[in-house]
Write a protein that binds this ligand. Structure first.
Ligand code: ADP
Ligand code: MG
Length: 459
């Protein structure tokens, strides 16, 4: 590889960093290195087969275009995995480019289990430092701190319950972030009950349940989000029961969250429910006004934005039951302020806050377009327009997918809302995203988060 290719690669990496959401950039390109290749090709060295496959599946055309843009004579790229073993697995068999975590083959334990393919990454912003303490979350917060300091000693399991948008996932990630720092190298696994169920079913289908078991039973900490999802899922409950016993018996920390206390999980096996109560059960209540203002102020700081206290108070007075919705309102204020070229007056804020908390709101395609566009730093007209730029096209697919999933609209109606597109084009977008969700756990998490944000807006 020439010096020039090397410097092109540095530039391309800079562009990717600007263009992609931070988490995507770090996942796919953070650990990638450019290596020499005798024949002028760009040779990239990936830290794992998962990253290699992810890039090949999602980013190859874009990378090739960028290489051309930088005047490289060859736009050929090959990606190698650093480890020999991983490289072998890559070429063996599967026609799918991206493997889900449970498909990764290696039996040799820790190395393979620590590969990124086996982890749903933790949100680095969901830390204890960024979590505002208050009366309404006192016990859940203190208990989360305690299990992070003394895993499997303070409370085991810890069971946190609360309505949607009140900070369950935030605390669970905070525990995970803390434990991963504290117990360097130890395996702390975070997953949602939904993901756990999907992986189990895939493992059964592919005949590798043993690996699935090892993955969840060989950990220092098991953080399971939204366990209410397993109601009526007998098979997964059975599996969780055994996972729980094994971990508990070996003094490994278990933390669960749910939208209800254990006793109210009526469609869960009694033996699971009783185990959930062995440790500590803590709830989170909706925050009071002062706490809402404090949360908004923390979020604003975290995002590096400057909003008047008066406006924070106004938002806090209007949005009361759900922190996620609070955050959504803040983001909208900021987006409007940006459009208006700076500060925004409180009368303008009034316009797009719910008039009264009782007022019924329905999720519309407009709202979805706006939220998704904001989330990816694009505009609604990007989504409606003809551009086929990779990032725009993908965001458009996502907005279309969510419009279909979260509203009653038909494909033709959705097509109209997205710049008069044909219904088959819209169906294609929907299929594409469904497939990616199935195949890429990270992407699945990303979409789930968006869905939750949108649902919070319609509450
Ligand atoms: P849940 O999992 O209970 O539905 P999340 O943990 O996803 O809720 O929280 C929704 C949003 O609200 C997240 O952005 C989270 O950071 C924020 N949030 C909730 N409670 C707090 C808090 N006490 N302090 C700071 N942020 C909070
Ligand atoms: Mg959650």
């Amino acid at each position: 590889m020439s010096e020039k290719t090397n410097s092109s690669w540095v530039k391309i990496k800079n562009i990717l960093q600007e263009e992609l959401p931070k988490s995507s950039f770090e996942t796919w390109f953070g650990g990638l290195e450019a290596k020499k290749s005798p024949n002028g090709k760009l040779l990239l060295s990936a830290p794992s087969g998962f990253v290699k496959r992810g890039i090949e599946e999602q980013y190859m055309p874009m990378l090739k275009n960028l290489l051309k843009d930088y005047g490289e004579e060859s736009s050929e790229i090959s990606i190698k995995v650093e480890e020999e073993r991983e490289a072998k697995e890559d070429s063996s068999g599967s026609s799918r480019l991206i493997k889900t975590p449970d498909q990764d083959r290696s039996k040799e334990g820790s190395e393979a289990r620590e590969s990124p393919s086996n982890k749903i990454p933790l949100n680095k912003e969901y830390t204890f430092e960024n979590f505002v303490q208050s009366k309404s979350n006192q016990l859940a917060h203190a208990a989360s701190r305690a299990v992070s300091e003394s895993p499997a000693e303070a409370y085991n399991p810890l069971f946190i319950y609360a309505n949607v948008g009140l900070g369950k996932t935030h605390l669970l990630h905070a525990i995970g972030n803390h434990l991963r720092n504290k117990l360097e190298g130890a395996k702390i696994i975070y997953t949602s009950a939904e993901r756990f169920a999907i992986e189990m079913i895939q493992a059964i289908r592919k005949n590798n349940t043993e690996e699935f078991r090892q993955k969840y039973r060989n950990v220092e900490g098991f953080l399971l989000d939204d366990v209410h999802f397993l109601e009526n899922k007998q098979g997964t409950q059975e599996e969780l029961f055994h996972t729980f016993n094994e971990l508990y018996g070996n003094d490994k920390q278990i933390v669960l969250t749910s939208d209800r206390p254990p006793d109210e999980l009526s469609d869960l096996q009694d033996r699971l429910v009783s185990r959930f109560r062995w440790g500590l059960v803590a709830d989170i209540q909706p925050p009071n006004f002062e706490t809402r203002v404090a949360i908004l102020s923390t979020k604003a700081k975290q995002k590096g934005i400057d909003v008047d206290e008066e406006i924070l108070e106004l938002i806090a007075s209007r949005v009361s039951t759900n922190v996620r919705a609070l955050e959504g309102a803040l983001i909208q204020v900021v987006a409007r302020a940006d459009l208006a070229g700076g500060r925004i007056a409180s009368e303008e804020v009034e316009d797009f806050l719910p008039k009264t908390s009782k007022e019924e709101k329905k999720l519309t395609i407009d709202k979805i377009k706006e939220t998704v566009a904001n989330h990816y730093n694009l505009t609604v007209s990007d989504l409606e327009g003809p551009s086929r730029k990779k990032k725009i096209a993908k965001t458009r697919h996502i907005a279309i997918y969510l419009s279909r999933e979260l509203t009653e609209s038909s494909f033709p109606t959705i097509g109209k809302e997205f710049g008069d597109r044909d219904h088959s084009t819209v169906m294609h977008s929907h299929n594409k995203i469904s497939k990616m969700i199935d195949e890429t756990p990270l992407f699945y998490e990303e979409i789930k988060q968006l869905e939750e944000n949108l649902l919070a807006l319609s509450k």
